[in-house]
Design a protein around this ligand. Sequence first.
Ligand SMILES: Nc1ncnc2c1ncn2[C@@H]1O[C@H](COP(=O)(O)OP(=O)(O)OP(=O)(O)O)[C@@H](O)[C@H]1O
Length: 252
Amino acid sequence: MAELTLDRISVGYGKTRIINGVTLALQDGEFVSLIGPNGAGKTTLLNGISGQLPIVEGRLIYGGVDITRWRPDRRARGGLGRSFQTTHLFPNLTALENVALAVQAHRRVRLRSLFSAIPATVDQTSRHYLEMVHLSDALHQTARSLSHGDKRKLEFAMLLAIQPKILLLDEPTAGMSVSEVPAILDLVAELKVTGDYAIILVEHKIDVVMRFSDRIAVLNHGELLAEGTIEDVLANKEVERAYLGGHHGGIA
Ligand SMILES: Nc1ncnc2c1ncn2[C@@H]1O[C@H](COP(=O)(O)OP(=O)(O)OP(=O)(O)O)[C@@H](O)[C@H]1O
């Protein structure tokens, strides 16, 4: 059974529908890249899956359960982890405190306990996730003081703290300096190799897409234009036309 099935889903803002009837299945441990020209609806589709935007038509099935009407926090607790293009950290808290907060939120511990002392088990678990993202040296640094690349690593640690089964990664290297990109991509590679996560990656850089993807899905004007292996998709004339269609940014 597919881990996650998008069954003809439509997603929109208010009365404006951006995603129209997209069907896609993600298997256990599979890595699918979601590509498409600027404005195609990639982020909107991720928002529909994670629950930030409502699915106005169709069904979202996760592990055999219809989660179409679940709120975002319930989806996250159930194992749908979502990263964003911009950072979502508590700048004045340390790296350890940020992750502890995510661990506690996931365990539904009352958050005020964080500000007295981090319970030992939470502390240990938080350190584990920080180690996974290679931030053990920055435990006690405030999030504010971290480099952009390390902030992104910290977000990964917080994402892992909710023990996701599915990772929805929205351009994880967006806004990074060239020197910071490899470490983040290595992190994605390390997560992939565990086989513990099914991953949907939104990405413009074709070299990144080629490095990781088992399969590619192409969105255009809110609809699924093509789906298949890298070779299939790159040889698809409609995909080529969509990218060459004038004002859009191309596959980089
Ligand atoms: N808050 C919003 N309200 C209304 N429309 C929006 C909103 N956010 C995005 N849109 C519109 O939805 C469409 C799809 O945007 P989306 O950000 O999902 O595309 P994308 O494929 O992720 O683009 P990019 O590759 O540039 O990030 C665009 O036409 C955009 O203008």
